[in-house]
Write a protein that binds this ligand. Structure first.
Ligand SMILES: [Fe+2]
Ligand SMILES: [Fe+2]
Length: 293
């Protein structure tokens, strides 16, 4: 359901939505400019020392598995490429925007939330390489879309705490998927919040529309492939136990999505096989992102 002005006003009274830090916004603006050089990126990223340090740790970790050591951001851009650097900046800054909150581990575990988000990103990135049709996005965009797909939930947890917990209680009690409980109890869901949150983030449409429509891929006429992929990756997280909390009902899978993406049943089996390794990667990413400097 599109978020209405009335609803925006209502939520605005409670929540002051955070804006994306400048370093990420500037980098998103530069990514599609063919004149952008490694030193331009190093200059922008270098202004944030904590971010640069985390990026170097991540670049040298088993998450990327690069056999040689990466000693500077300029070096990282050359070796990993601008798209990967952009993903790192976007992911690490979003982690920073939502620090740990001890209020509500019982109903919404923040660490489990990020592991679910990272898993969804990694599954989406992997499946992108298996899609047997021409698509308009690349594995890095799929990773970002997966990582950010439920970002509205963490916003609700932090800024609309009471309402969100009312919906979570309802979901547990009535065995509803969280998305449906939010809509039935509050009249809006985390996808509406994500739409509003990212209005000024200048994210590529492919990523933003995945955040808004991942529970109903048919709801968008644009970017159907990536939205469908995130819908599938989210469901696969539930299938494989990489969920915020196993007590919540999984979202309903739209069966046609595997066919629509020209994936084969063996691709889904492979996701399940590579899962232990991918789980290690999610912890590496999480630990680096949560490091204090
Ligand atoms: Fe969701
Ligand atoms: Fe999800």
């Amino acid at each position: 359901m599109p978020i209405t002005e009335q609803l925006k006003n209502k939520i605005e009274r409670f929540a002051n939505l955070p804006t994306l830090p400048q370093v990420a916004t500037r980098l998103i603006g530069m990514i599609n400019n063919p004149l952008t050089s490694a030193s331009d990126v190093a200059f922008i990223v270098g202004q944030d020392l904590s971010l640069s340090a985390k990026m170097l740790r991540l670049a040298n970790s088993a998450f990327y598995g690069i056999p040689r050591s990466i000693t500077s951001i300029g070096n990282a851009v050359v070796i990993l490429g601008l798209k990967v650097i952009n993903t790192m900046v976007l992911s690490l800054t979003v982690f920073d925007m939502f620090p740990e909150d001890k209020r509500s581990a019982a109903l919404f575990n923040r660490k489990a939330f990020w592991i679910h988000s990272l898993s969804c990103g990694l599954i989406a990135k992997f499946l992108t390489t298996r899609i047997r049709k021409v698509v308009l996005f690349d594995p890095e965009e799929a990773f970002c879309a997966g990582l950010l797909h439920d970002i509205g939930k963490v916003v609700m947890e932090q800024y609309l705490h009471e309402e969100f917990h009312q919906a979570l209680d309802y979901a547990l009690l009535n065995r509803f998927p969280i998305f449906e409980a939010e809509n039935s109890q509050l009249g809006y869901s985390h996808t509406d919040i994500a739409e509003w949150l990212t209005e000024s983030w200048s994210l590529p449409a492919e990523i933003r529309l995945s955040l808004i429509h991942h529970h109903n891929p048919a709801g968008s006429i644009q970017s159907q492939d990536i939205i469908t992929l995130i819908h599938l990756a989210d469901w696969l997280c539930y299938e494989t136990g990489m969920v915020i909390d196993g007590d919540y009902q999984p979202p309903q899978l739209q069966e046609s999505c595997i066919k629509m993406l020209k994936l084969l049943p063996r691709d889904i089996d492979t996701v399940k096989e590579i899962l232990p390794e991918e789980l290690d990667k999610t912890s590496i990413f999480y630990n680096v992102a949560r490091e204090k400097h």
